[in-house]
Design a protein around this ligand. Structure first.
Ligand code: SF4
Length: 317
């Protein structure tokens, strides 16, 4: 079986040479498909509409590798987690199960995540049996309007219903909805979407929109200040707090009250335990939207303080 793996993952396994500014703590795999994904998302480089080379997703290169070769290089303990990103095409769910089955022969323990479009409940159960303890759902858009404009497959309601169903299989707090900032949502839409997802028992993994040449359409993106507001809002929800008690959504969104936690913690990559997605949305020289390590966050302390000041979270405020 062929699979794609992120360059960083292959470097950790010793299958590629690359200088890593941050080591991936999760092994990132992407389902192989010669035509990419049959969905027509307008922002995605894997979409059937995209002219982008299929080895690119986000800012990351994903070379093709034989699964057997990858598993021969696999060492238990190298990664905290393995994440398999699926693409929509015939037979993808069963192929994902087969891949997990082969992984389990060499490593029965490392927790796994699968990122998926809506699938049937028996598939969710089968993946769980194969050691998937956390599910990623590429909701991507922050509102039904953005969902339609971005050309997502199915409907918003189908995705929300699927997230509910996934929670009933994996449990509360074990389903991460991926949300992409910068697809034309308003800050209020983003904050409301995050609130709705947490209220349902899901969690959020935040991504920054990355434009690749050849993608079907350009979207506006967001500046770092707006992204910092979303990151701190997500951190508040993780702690059971309502971001709208602290944030005026604007635009531009601004903190009107200081929250009772260190906002810097929100700037680290969000997602499944052990997921740091180094430089998925940005070049290592910055600006960095999702910090893959506390060390890099410390390196950029001054720039980060300025960004936090801009949103009303300066040290003296
Ligand atoms: S949050 Fe990270 S590990 Fe979890 S599904 Fe998304 S990319 Fe994979």
């Amino acid at each position: 079986m062929l699979v794609r793996a992120s360059l960083g993952t292959l470097a950790v396994l010793g299958l590629e040479r690359a200088r890593l500014a941050a080591r991936p703590t999760t092994a990132y795999l992407l389902q192989y498909s010669p035509w990419g994904c049959t969905a027509r998302c307008m922002f995605c480089s894997q979409s059937v509409l995209a002219k982008t080379p299929r080895r690119l997703l986000g800012r990351v290169t994903w070379p093709v590798v034989e699964l057997e070769k990858l598993l021969r290089a696999w060492r238990r303990g190298l990664f905290a987690r393995v994440c398999l990103q699926t693409v929509l095409r015939p037979g993808f769910a069963c192929e994902a199960a087969e891949l997990l089955e082969q992984l389990r022969r060499v490593d029965p323990d490392t927790p796994a995540s699968v990122t998926t479009t809506p699938v049937e409940t028996w598939v969710l159960r089968e993946w769980r049996r194969l050691g998937v303890d956390t599910l990623g759902v590429g909701l991507d858009a922050a509102s039904p309007r953005v969902f339609r404009e971005a050309g997502k497959p199915y409907t918003w309601d189908t995705y929300i219903g699927f997230i509910r169903r996934a929670i009933s299989v994996y449990g509360r707090g074990r389903v991460y909805a991926h949300l992409v900032a910068g697809l034309g949502e308003t800050p209020r839409e983003m904050l409301e979407a995050m609130k709705t997802l947490y209220a349902m028992g899901a969690r959020v993994a935040l991504f920054n929109y990355t434009r690749l040449p050849g993608s079907p359409r350009d979207f506006p993106g967001v500046d770092t200040a707006t992204y910092r507001v979303y990151q701190v809002a997500r951190l508040l929800l993780e702690h059971g707090l309502d971001p709208l008690d602290y944030i005026d959504p604007g635009p531009p969104p601004q903190f009107t009250r200081r929250p009772p936690l260190d906002p810097r913690r929100g700037l680290l990559t969000s997602g499944c335990p052990g997921c740091n997605r180094p430089f998925y949305n940005e070049p290592p020289r910055g600006p960095i939207y999702n910090y893959p390590s506390a060390e890099l966050l410390r390196r950029d302390r001054e720039a980060v303080e300025k960004q936090l000041e801009e949103i009303g979270l300066g040290e003296g405020e």
